[in-house]
Design a protein around this ligand. Structure first.
Ligand code: SF4
Length: 82
């Protein structure tokens, strides 16, 4: 389970976030990154982490975010942020 106390500050405000345990292995980008057709997740500028750049709002976006959460091997994606 992701830990909102170590949420990456670069992520946009809202319930969905990535925490500092992101490696980044990039598999979540296949679900919710630019090449997936969704633009919810992307690399940070130095590509050391992945962050949310948009909070999911539509049903399709929420499904994509949930898929990213479930596929993350680090459990670094959470939806219980503030
Ligand atoms: S799947 Fe998890 S560990 Fe991999 S890049 Fe995405 S948030 Fe980071």
């Amino acid at each position: 389970m992701a830990d909102k106390t170590i949420r990456l500050e670069e992520s946009v405000p809202g319930p969905w976030y990535v925490d500092d345990t992101c490696t980044p292995c990039h598999v979540c980008l296949d679900e919710a990154g630019p090449q997936s057709g969704f633009h919810l997740l992307q690399y940070t500028e130095d590509e050391s982490k992945v962050i949310f750049v948009k909070q999911p709002q539509t049903d399709d976006e929420l499904l994509a975010a949930r898929n990213a959460l479930e596929i993350c091997p680090q459990n670094a994606i959470g939806d219980d942020g503030d």
